[in-house]
Design a protein around this ligand. Structure first.
Ligand code: ATP
Ligand code: MG
Length: 284
């Protein structure tokens, strides 16, 4: 079960860059088991924030804590990395081994797993990531297509069994079937382990069916987390940030304005059924 991850007034400046801070006074609380989307335009600081959450970059200002313990030293950082794992924006930054199998096995092997237990976790993680391990297991990860590389990187992160998964643009490069599969796997992973998910994205439509709270990042500043309905009500503000409200988000918002609530706005059958019931109610 995940613990609470808290960022308090976190700032970050890249060393020797001579540029202003990339993150300024960022406050973020990731409660156990919740699904948060951090969205923002290119260069807004999403990947930097992801790396801070996962203990890969140390904040240059402010406080970071996990499970009530402050992260102050390099040792604390490596402790944090056991519980929080990052799927890098670019799979090439994550992959390193000679074969796909060796890459996915690396984490659980380091945790002491061997033999059938190791095999089982590798297979399960590959399946969760939508990767055909029978076909690709012996290939070099660097010889794979972009989408296949992302699936291997994802499987490697699932195999580490983190309590918090931070995913930096996880849908990039995946086709429709694999994106759908990933959304289902993330939901299953979260439910089975009580894990929290932080999904970072420059677009909202892929995340919309999964994320419950949204944090908008602009010029290194993170606005307070908001619900899907609150975000849907801010169409113009969203556009100003270079983002676009998913069509079904806009539709959900418009229907809510006339008191029609949708259980699942991403499912056209639910939309049609809800409107049919509404019409029947009007006709009576
Ligand atoms: N290693 C680095 N050294 C110096 N500046 C950096 C470094 N990495 C990123 N930056 C700068 O920090 C800012 C935020 O970058 P970051 O990669 O966090 O943005 P992002 O929101 O993830 O962008 P994208 O949507 O393009 O992935 C950018 O202005 C970038 O140029
Ligand atoms: Mg990025």
């Amino acid at each position: 079960m995940a613990q609470k991850l808290i960022l308090e007034s976190v700032s970050y400046s890249y060393p020797f860059s001579g540029s202003p801070p990339v993150l300024k006074d960022v406050n973020l609380v990731v409660d156990p088991g919740e699904v948060i989307c951090i969205a923002g335009r290119n260069g807004s600081g999403k990947s930097t924030l992801s790396q801070i959450c996962a203990g890969l970059l140390f904040p240059t200002g402010g406080k970071l804590s996990y499970g009530g313990s402050r992260i102050k030293t390099r040792r604390d950082m490596s402790g944090l990395r056991k519980n929080v794992c990052l799927l890098f924006q670019s799979p090439e930054d994550q992959l390193f081994a000679d074969t796909v199998l060796a890459d996915i096995s690396f984490g659980p092997r380091n945790h002491g797993l061997r033999g059938s237990e190791l095999q089982a976790i590798v297979r399960e993680s590959a399946e969760m990531a939508g990767l055909d391990i029978e076909r690709l297991g012996d290939r070099s990860p660097f010889s794979l297509s972009g989408g296949e590389k992302r699936m291997v990187a994802l499987a490697g992160v699932f195999a580490l069994r983190p309590e918090i998964l931070v995913l930096d643009e996880p849908f990039t490069g995946l086709d429709h079937t694999h994106r759908e599969h990933l959304r289902e796997s993330l939901a299953r992973y979260r439910e089975s382990r009580g894990a929290s998910l932080v999904i970072v994205s420059h677009e909202l439509s892929n995340v919309w069916p999964v994320a419950v709270k949204y944090g908008l990042l602009a010029d290194g500043k993170l606005a307070g987390l908001r619900s899907r309905a609150e975000i849907a009500a801010e169409k113009d503000g969203i556009s100003r940030l270079g983002l676009r409200l998913p069509q079904w988000g806009a539709l959900e918002h418009e229907l809510r304005r006339i008191n029609i609530e949708l259980d699942d706005p991403s499912d056209y059958h639910v939309i049609a059924e809800t409107i049919r019931s509404y019409k029947e109610g009007q006709d009576d």
